[in-house]
Every structure is written in C-alpha cells, then in structure tokens.
Design a protein. Structure first.
Length: 290
C-alpha cells in the first residue's frame, strides 16, 4: 500500500491510499468505518437530455464521488472491497452508491484517525516493500505452497510426485524439487521452506544452485507438522519477523554501499537536508534514505 497525507489537524484529516494487493484491500476494510467520508472515481449512470419520447439507455460515465460510509464489505475471492453509502459530493447528491474498490485504485478517506489506524497503514506500507511471503511445506513426495496473507494463510498449490513407496528415491526427489521450484519461481518476496527431516534442507540447496536470487530470500525452518500445520508453526516461531528484519538490514547495507560508491565516483547522489529536499522537489530522487 502507498499512502499520502493530504491534510491533517488534531488527528482529523484526509489520507490518500493506493491499495496494491489483496492484503491492502483487507487493511482498508478495517480502516474504513461507517461515518467516514470516502472519495473515489467510480462509474455512475448519467442521463442526457433528449427529444425522443422513449428514454435513452442510461450511459455510465466515470465520476468522482464522495460518499458517507454506511457499510464496508471485503470480498476475498473477487479481489474487491465494496464501500456503500450516501453521496455527499458529486452527481446525484443524497442518492445511495457503492464503490467497488480494487487494487490499483486510488481513494481518499477523511475521518478522525486513531493511533491504531495509523499503525495499520504503517504495517501495510512496510509489507509492500518486500512482496508477499510464501511458505513451502515439504516432505517426501509432496510439497504444499501457501501464501501468507495479512488475514491468514492462503493455499496456492500442492505438488505430488510418485507413490509413497518410491517417494524417497533420488529420481523422484529431484522431480519433486524441480516441480516445486517451478511452482514458486514467480515469488518476489521472502520464501520459507518448512517441514520435518532433511528434505527441506536439500530443497534449499537445490534452490541455491538453480535460482540464486530466490535462494537469497529463502530460509529453512524445522517444524513437527506438515501442510497448514507447518505454516502455523512458522508463524508461531516468529520466523517471518526475523526474516523480514534480516532482509531490511541487508537492503539498508546495500543502499548505503551504493551511496558511498556514488560519492566516491562523482555519481548522481545528494546528501544533506537542503540538497536532498531540492532533489525531491525536482522529482529527481530515486531513493531517499533517512
């Protein structure tokens, strides 16, 4: 999620929010409450004047509306947040309307912001920095992939290779590793490989030889259970927080090395409050470090 404070006075004001993932929509379902004023671009039927006796089909056009919220519904399976209420700004004032908010949409929320609301926004913004965390629960002959949503684990796929009798052979294990890596090849965030025994460690070694970039974001975790139970153990052990912390530290070190390199070579870099402010004002700032 991206957020921009437009105006704020004594905790009351407007914040623009840009949901980027399904998790962000879930966060919005907890941020927006009845009584809040929400602005967004939506489609609404606009009647046009005509000389014909029979009415023309009402054309839906994009309009920006501000509605006083009455109801908020999060629809996980359709990747949508429905915000319903009475129009207070825009066309058809006093009529009811529902905003269908999806990822990539921009909305503005005007309300009294509680400390817990600001903390939720901070968490949503921080989570978008690394992408969604995935967990692979792996054992002989089978691997299950889960996506860790903010609202709980979400099953993605199950990879099964061979029968239980021949699952431990070298060829079947290689086939399992190959198919499992293919299933998580598009993962852009951290990856946790969990399970009992040594299969998880061998899979991590396999990833290191096939996909070094993904391996740099991968951690192996010993668990007693498999499947969803293993995911719950991973969460309970605090592995996710430690992994994200290590990635954050590594990213900071890499960025500081880049700053020092650009200073040494006369590259494009600004430091000091005045020069950094100028670079941001001109839209020339690639990354800002505080």
């Amino acid at each position: 999620m991206k957020a921009e404070v437009r105006e704020m006075k004594k905790q009351f004001g407007e914040i623009r929010l840009f949901p980027e993932t399904l998790d962000d929509l879930w966060h919005l379902s907890h941020l927006i409450r009845p009584g809040d004023l929400v602005f967004a671009t939506t489609f609404r039927g606009v009647e046009t004047a005509t000389d014909k006796i029979r009415p023309e089909k009402v054309e839906k056009r994009p309009v920006r509306l501000g509605i006083r919220v009455e109801k908020v519904e999060f629809h996980q399976h359709t990747n949508r947040l429905r915000v319903s209420g009475v129009i207070e700004s825009g066309v058809d004032v006093s009529a009811h309307h529902t905003l269908n908010i999806e990822t990539g949409f921009e909305i503005s929320v005007i309300k009294r912001w509680r400390a817990v609301d600001c903390e939720r926004i901070r968490r949503a913004v921080a989570a978008s920095e690394y992408g969604v965390v995935h967990v692979v629960s792996i054992e002989e002959g089978e691997a299950q992939v889960y996506r860790l949503r903010q609202f709980g684990p979400e099953w993605v796929t199950t990879v099964t290779v061979g029968s239980s009798k021949g699952a431990g052979t070298g060829s079947s294990r290689s086939a399992l590793f190959e198919k499992t890596l293919e299933a998580v090849s598009g993962v852009t965030g951290p990856l946790v490989v969990a399970g009992p025994g040594f299969v998880k460690d061998e899979f991590v070694d396999y990833v290191k030889t096939r996909d070094p970039d993904l391996a740099g974001r991968t951690a192996a975790v010993e668990t007693r259970r498999i499947g969803r139970g293993a995911v719950q153990e991973v969460i309970g052990q605090g592995v996710i927080e430690r992994l994200l912390g290590d990635l954050h530290l590594g990213r900071e070190v890499t960025l500081m090395e880049e700053v020092l390199l650009r200073i040494a070579t006369g590259g494009a870099v600004a430091y000091g409050i005045r020069d950094v402010r100028k670079a941001v004002t001109y839209g020339a700032a690639e990354t800002v470090l505080v």
